[in-house]
Design a binder for this molecule. Structure first.
Ligand code: ZN
Length: 331
């Protein structure tokens, strides 16, 4: 993890709480945070440092009223404003309603979806993990966690293969995600990959999966784990999950299609426990790739990356659809 988060200052404001369990959880989280990145605690929401246009602001919310306070705050549009909330399941349901979050979202605040409490004695409390908060801050600043080596802009010239049929299939998979209402919370999330040439075609980072344009497709020739480098052809950055896609194609020769999306009812639904990895792993990393591929050994064609999203794989798109029909039936 990059400690500097692209050299942006990270400011954290913690709303106070009388609940010892919440305070203690936040304290431990901040200690963990200190091990991996540098930040400054800001006591006063009017502190001028929060007006730094290049800053990352992280608000640790402990009650429903705190959201009302945040609504009154004005910070520059360019700051990254992240809200992590430490609430009971009952209050979490209030925040989960779209209309509740909308006024803050309109002001540019981003929400970290909490994890189930890791403390089994307090199952009614839901907290985000340190890794997930950091991951979100990282995601909003740099997105891709690998080095890009651009080989060329022209996929056909580079591979000597006409990519049009494969690109058309990727666009069709995007429509399928739309028709199935998967990836609904954020259609820019997720990614699609199809084996192609000696590598694979994938959607570019931040591609709207419901409206994929042909120039949003990249060809990933290889991922080199030792130097954490993706060798790519195209004009845009490839999916942040390129390292994982590469590992799946490498280790599963019968897999030609991978569909990744974020659908919260599946990500957090109990009926999908058997498909879920043990705990949240930062997205787009070699570690995540290892864990997801290992989980595929037992589930064969579908994995829920805990606290993150879904990966369906198959010999072709028809097989992936069969799998997802089976999965969606469990909802
Ligand atoms: Zn994802």
């Amino acid at each position: 993890m990059n400690a500097s988060l692209e050299n942006r200052a990270l400011y954290i404001h913690q709303f106070s709480s009388n609940n010892i369990f919440k305070s203690d959880t936040i304290y431990r989280l901040l200690v963990d945070f200190r091990k991996v990145c540098q930040y400054q605690i800001i006591e006063d929401l009017d502190d001028t440092r929060l007006q730094d246009p290049a800053a990352i602001l992280l608000f640790l919310v402990t009650s429903i009223d705190d959201f009302e306070v945040l609504k009154q705050c004005k910070y520059p549009d360019s700051t990254i404003k992240i809200v992590a909330y430490f609430l009971s399941a009952e209050h979490f349901a209030i925040v989960d309603a779209k209309n509740f979050r909308l006024p803050l979202k309109a002001r540019g605040f981003q929400f970290i979806y909490p994890d189930l409490s890791i403390d089994r004695s307090r199952l009614d409390l839901i907290y985000p993990s340190c890794a997930k908060i950091l991951d979100t801050a990282y995601f909003k600043t740099t997105r891709n966690k690998f080095i890009l080596d651009f080989l060329s802009e022209d996929i056909e010239r580079h591979t000597q293969i006409d990519p049009r049929a494969a690109i058309a299939e990727i666009i069709e998979i995007g429509w399928y995600l739309r028709d199935m209402s998967l990836n609904h919370a954020d259609s820019l999330a997720g990614g699609i990959a199809i084996r192609f040439g000696s590598g694979f075609l994938t959607t570019a980072s931040k591609t709207d999966k419901y409206r994929i344009a042909a120039d949003c497709i990249c060809y990933v020739e290889r991922y080199l784990p030792r130097s954490n480098t993706v060798r790519v052809v195209g004009t845009k950055q490839p999916s942040s999950e390129s390292a994982l896609f590469h590992k799946i194609f490498l280790e599963r020769p019968n897999t030609n299609t991978i569909v990744h999306f974020h659908h919260k009812p599946i990500t957090f639904g109990q009926q999908f426990d058997r498909y879920r990895t043990a705990s949240y792993t930062p997205y787009g990393t070699e570690l995540e790739a290892q864990i997801v591929v290992e989980k595929l050994h037992s589930t064969s064609d579908f994995v829920v990356a805990a606290g993150h999203g879904e990966f369906a794989i198959g010999h072709d798109f028809d097989r992936v659809q069969d799998t997802l029909d089976r999965i969606v039936n469990l909802l």
